[in-house]
Design a protein around this ligand. Sequence first.
Ligand SMILES: [Fe+2]
Ligand SMILES: [Fe+2]
Length: 249
Amino acid sequence: MITILQLSDIHLFSTKDQVYNDSNPYTNLKKVIDHLIKDKVNFDFLVLSGDLSNDFTTQSYDLLKSEVDRLQKKYYIIPGNHDDLRVMSVIFNIGNKKDSFDYSIKKDDWSFYFLDSTVPPSIHGEILDSQLEALKTFLANNSNLNIVIFMHHHPLDSESPHMNQYILKDKDAFMDIIKGFPCVKGVFFGHIHQVLEKKINNTLFASAPSTFYQIAPGLVDFKVEKTSPGYRLIYCDDKSLCSKVVWVE
Ligand SMILES: [Fe+2]
Ligand SMILES: [Fe+2]
């Protein structure tokens, strides 16, 4: 069994005291990390699925690193529309070229693919043709494994029309590729600050809540639903995958 902890939409500012939408992103992240340590939540590695900063500053990424380092676990990072890949790359020592940022790791019979869906300075998501081709080749070459994909933007409609204008624009091309590969057991994302779960064929599509604040689903206009954080746990068994959301009140 491989257990993954997904933290998303952390939105840290350069200082610990900044509040936005009645929520303090640093306090909320600290609350999550304290809870994970205190409750001895068991997981193999973390995925931070974008919008890690809210202001693109070096200080915000330094704050993030100092908090997640307390968990003493390996973590994998993808950017969101609020991130500066160049600044992130320096702090976390990762590649910073759009064409070469996507990467994968293999663990037992599972492979985890990290896809950069950002097109700065846009809020919506996009995947380059070269990225889609690389993904298709990767899936074809690894179809004997179970595969999980992580990215920031949602590839299917959320319940919030105002968020769907910022969806992954190439969602049809992306979904067509996934449909052709039953080895893809899960596609996990963030960005919408709300929980969305949908099983299509063999694949679970699911978002992680934000560690910052949640957006009320099912409303035409933006409204904050709650200011408490949440995270997602993903369990990869011999051949199947299941997942749940945990709220930290
Ligand atoms: Fe976000
Ligand atoms: Fe986002």
